[in-house]
Design a protein around this ligand. Sequence first.
Ligand code: ADP
Ligand code: MG
Length: 365
Amino acid sequence: MTFGSSAATRRQAIPIAIEGLTKTYGRVHALDSVSLSVGAGEFVSILGASGSGKTTLLMAIAGFTRPSSGSIRFGARHVTLLEPHKRNIGMVFQSYALFPNMTVAGNVAYPLRLRGVGRSEIAERVAKALQTVRLEGFGDRAIDQLSGGQRQRVALARAIVFGPDILLMDEPLSALDKKLREQMQIEVRHLHRELGLTTIFVTHDQHEAFTMSDRIALIDKGRFVQIGSPTELYNAPASRFVADFVGQSYFVPVSVASGTASLGNRPLRLARAAAYSVADQFLVLRPEHLRVMSPGESEGDDNILAGRFKELIFQGESYLAFVDLPGGVPIALRLSGHQVEAVRALDIGSTLRMALSPEYSLVLP
Ligand code: ADP
Ligand code: MG
């Protein structure tokens, strides 16, 4: 079965298994023993800062970069040293990499011509692919008559037209402005659902990774620091690095003695499932997890923090209140609705009591 015979057509999706993949350039470890399993039809994002090794990993999967060691399998097939054109992969790059002297249809037809597909079938498949990316009727346009978003759709159509087993995308939306980019994120997500292709998507933008992915592999200096669903990375970061990279976090020192942690002079209550380790020295605070307590409110089961109110800032959809905890530790709270009114009424420098549910009380080394 090949993609294109009907919009609902699905190929048999293929899993990817990467084991101990290393790539060195002189003394630089671009990839340092990276392992990742991507399920058949899964959408996984590789998220990391510039220079962390994302492109190197994608190029090794595509076959353009030869790994120093480690292995890559597509299903049962070992492909580590296989030539790129034998891997049946669709690729989309940040720099669209379209042929400027060909029409839209010419660009999309290119991989089919390479594969020796006949004329009438090419016409049919190109039309279907353009329909899939919502560019029906654009076949005769020149590339320079298209907007950035439309060009990226052409690149997508070209990547899927020949029925690839796997789709790889390297920061494909980075050149688009914010609105269009967010729209394309949803569209690519829908396209993935429709085609069911095993997909690896590279980005340095955490919101993009969160919006699009079944799972995220966070990479730093050529190593994966955590692999998990967006909610796992957000709510259960494995390290301070992850908590800092994903969302906004403040780190508040806790005192550690005889197997318990204390915040101020109170024992810190953690989520029932969470285990406390002796090495844990910091409470991770996310602005949206703190709640302002009303003046007479009793303490209940929550962890209580008191601090000095500094500033309230309007950010459009919500407010951010800045507070200094004892010892001068700065934190912030995200506020909306009636909580804003309570804080707005406060004088700068007055004391604010805040509640943190044990469910959100996470401690890290
Ligand atoms: P990312 O895509 O996350 O920005 P890259 O995979 O492009 O990161 O690069 C990872 C590291 O490997 C960087 O330190 C980069 O300088 C280095 N690197 C990548 N390609 C080469 C190359 N061809 N020669 C030497 N160093 C390279
Ligand atoms: Mg890159």
